[in-house]
Design a protein around this ligand. Structure first.
Ligand code: PEP
Ligand code: MN
Length: 264
């Protein structure tokens, strides 16, 4: 179902009137995790001011350590929704557990994110395949293109064709940065599938100073958009502080992207 030949012109996904795919590039920005009402309020204003039309933020966080901040849970969804609605921004947030799917729907989550660590959680994929909500499927930490496309196929097989792929860097021998951004995947996916392709330059590089270069490379390579971490005060972020842009840096990034692609 996800093969290019089934839809040669490419899928365009409509997220509460915001179009992603085709010629419509979207930059989805926001903090790694929802922390406080104040933080989300400032973040939403920054996302909007930079000209982005969708917002990200995690209320349920897949953390390496069980002792690290795990996210605010349902309270986080409420803070996120309140801040984003004020700025008319559809929200993207990660679903880790099938048992929370109804709660996500009740809280009117606009786009369900399936994180890298759950790319092959097949029961989760089957469940999001049964609902009529756009899904961002991130690439697994060491997943091949074909494993990734098969994971997307699980969602499509359930009837949900609103799938967006997101390359977020893969594991290699390199340790100088968080992950290796696989730009090659953009070219490959554009040939193999009709699904829109996002790049997450934040989790790829792991450092805020790297984000603009990786983001520009992604757009130049033909990606349909970006998923970028931005925090009103990165030094104080509870999660992924090193890779968060400031609102000002997000704004500058957007200006530089418009020189590469007019549809940003
Ligand atoms: C995220 O986007 O917040 C995240 C946890 O990313 P990934 O699943 O790519 O590690
Ligand atoms: Mn993060």
């Amino acid at each position: 179902l996800v093969a290019r030949e089934n839809h040669p012109t490419g899928t365009v996904i409509d997220i509460r009137g915001v179009k992603l795919g085709g010629n419509q590039i979207q930059v989805i920005a926001g903090p790694c995790s929802v922390e406080t009402q104040e933080q989300m309020h400032l973040a939403a204003a920054g996302v909007r001011a930079a000209g982005c039309r969708m917002m990200r933020g995690g209320a349920f966080k897949p953390r390496t350590s069980p002792y690290a901040f795990q996210g605010l849970g349902v309270t986080g969804l409420e803070y996120f929704q309140a801040a984003a609605r004020e700025q008319h921004l559809p929200i993207v947030t990660e679903l880790m557990d099938v048992r929370m799917l109804d709660t996500f729907l009740e809280h009117d989550v606009d786009v369900i994110q399936i994180g890298a660590r759950n790319m092959q959680n097949f029961d989760l994929l089957k469940e999001v395949g049964r609902v009529n909500k756009p899904v961002i499927l991130k690439r697994g930490l060491s997943a091949t293109i074909s494993e990734w496309l098969m994971a997307a196929e699980y969602i499509a097989a359930g009837g949900n064709h609103n799938i967006i792929l997101c390359e977020r860097g893969i594991r290699t021998f390199e340790t100088a940065y968080r992950n290796v951004l696989d730009i090659t995947a953009v070219a490959m996916l554009k040939k193999e599938t009709h699904l829109p392709v996002l790049i997450d330059p934040s989790h790829a590089g792991g450092k805020a100073w790297m984000v603009p270069a990786l983001a520009r490379a992604a757009i130049a390579a033909g990606a349909d958009g970006l998923l970028v971490e931005m925090h009103p005060n990165p030094c104080e972020a509870w999660c992924d502080a090193d890779q968060a842009l400031t609102p000002q840096e997000l704004n500058e990034l957007m200006v530089s992207l418009r020189l590469i692609a007019t549809a940003v």
